[in-house]
Design a protein around this ligand. Structure first.
Ligand code: MG
Length: 452
């Protein structure tokens, strides 16, 4: 039986195998105890994606949190960014999202947020983890138990915030036809409402939040072939695909071409830099396109270790105007410190309205990048040796070692990093031309073979 993964961003496991309600209740109690120890006595809001196991896990979590004397606000089925927004809106001590993001239906997970809407930084996450493992919780007596109250229409608060940063009239005037595939996740209901508010004609695909995912949920090219066809058949301007908790967005252009998740942040950045000046933040594995877009407006990009919390923290510290991750995750702090597919959809439509150009043309204007991602097994020792060897091979590169090792070269970059949860190393290579990418791929392969 695979082991339950408890990482810094929470826990993820397989329902009925290693993730049970007792675990969720204990985890909830540990999180509540941690919050109280930090002097936070406000309520904790809990949202979940649409998985059928969601109500069971969310109730167990709520029980654990109430058992230590904190109140719970039940957000029901909402997107992950909605929880990040509601934590702050409702002045909560913290938030919990019950989701396994893009993982298949048999999985579920628990993601914790602090009162600022961001996942706990590593030292605090470690503290919560040990409190859970040691069974440390502070149960209260009968009259001091917390209560659980449903929230009224959390989607509206989220949608209104997104609408406030775009020009609703100019987008509505374009009467865009949009195909939205929400893979039966949490994003369908608010996604449709947002697009309606933006005057779009919507072709709804898998927008019912049943949790019975109509296709493999990760919004990659191979999982979105049907969406590409639907965009062409509907003669739509654009196709949007969300992952089950709707923090990621992939885009299909007007010709039915999957343009890839890296472009989501690129297109959003293009809009932001047409309107504002300032700094951006992205993780080390994200395409250079955001650097090019920012530098054209005199802005720069701060690179962070991989992980949404790292990007969000850097954005807050540096007052960034845009940030995110190359997996289709766009963050705008005016909305919340969480990757948000609703923000991304609104920004891309705004860019199309503002420029009068189809999304495929806008992507090509940014484009000219070739990216290759791969992963291979490597234990921590092998990973270290691979990085040491790569430093010798790419000795002329600018090196960033804040998360694995990123090598910046004049004609591209290579990022080698280990996974936090499995003995796996990831290699991300981006250059301007496929033949250069291939050359770097061969170089990495050779290093791997030498290390063995
Ligand atoms: Mg997700």
């Amino acid at each position: 039986m695979p082991e339950l993964i408890i990482s810094i961003s929470g826990m993820r496991g397989i329902i009925g195998e290693n993730l049970h309600p007792e675990i969720a209740a204990r985890y909830g109690a540990a999180f509540g105890t941690f919050l109280k120890a930090g002097g936070k006595n406000g309520p904790v809001c809990i949202g979940r994606d649409s998985r059928p196991s969601g109500p069971m896990l969310a109730s167990a979590l709520a029980s654990g949190i109430m058992s230590v004397g904190l109140d719970v606000v039940d957000l029901g089925i909402v997107t992950t960014p909605t929880v990040g927004i509601l934590v702050r809106h409702l002045d909560c001590a913290g938030g919990v999202v019950v989701t396994a993001s893009h993982n298949p239906i048999e999985y579920n997970g628990i993601k914790l947020l602090l009162d600022n809407g961001i996942a706990p930084p590593k030292p605090l996450a470690e503290q919560i983890r040990s409190m859970y493992l040691e069974g440390k919780s502070g149960p209260v007596s009968s009259i001091d138990c917390g209560t659980c109250t449903p929230a009224e229409d959390p989607d509206t608060i989220h949608i209104d915030k997104v609408l406030s940063i775009v020009d609703v009239e100019s987008i509505s005037a374009c009467n865009f036809k949009v195909v939205l595939d929400s893979v039966n996740g949490a994003g369908g209901r608010p996604g449709v409402r947002l697009l309606q508010s933006l005057g779009c004609q919507i072709v709804q695909v898998n927008t019912e939040p049943s949790g019975l995912f109509a296709h493999t949920p990760e919004p990659t090219a191979e999982n979105l072939r049907d969406l590409c066809t639907q965009v062409t058949q509907a003669r739509a301007h654009i196709g949007f695909a969300q992952d089950p908790d709707a923090d990621r967005l992939a885009i299909v252009d007007e010709t039915g071409r999957y343009i890839g998740e890296e472009y989501t942040l690129g297109l959003a950045a293009r809009l932001v830099y047409m309107e504002r000046k300032g700094t951006a933040a992205a993780n080390l594995s994200t395409s250079r396109m955001i650097d090019d877009i920012a530098s054209q407006s005199g802005g720069k990009v701060i690179r962070t270790p991989v992980g949404e919390a790292n990007v969000a923290q850097a954005m807050i510290e540096n007052h960034c105007v845009i940030g995110g991750e190359g997996n289709g995750g766009v963050i705008d702090l005016r909305i919340g410190p969480v990757r948000d597919s609703l923000v991304a959809m609104a920004m891309v439509l705004q860019l199309m309205a503002r420029t009068g150009k189809p999304v495929g043309v806008l992507a090509d204007e940014i484009g000219g990048y070739d990216m290759h991602k791969s992963k291979f097994s490597a234990d921590p020792q092998q990973a270290r040796r691979i990085i040491d060897k790569a430093k010798m091979v790419f000795s002329k590169a600018k090196i960033d070692e804040s998360d694995g090792c990123r090598f910046d070269l004049p004609d591209g970059w290579i990022h080698l990093r280990t996974s936090n949860t499995e003995p796996v190393m990831r290699s991300i290579i981006e250059t301007r031309r496929p033949e250069i990418t291939q050359r770097y791929r061969d170089a990495v392969d050779q290093i791997r073979n030498e290390i063995g």
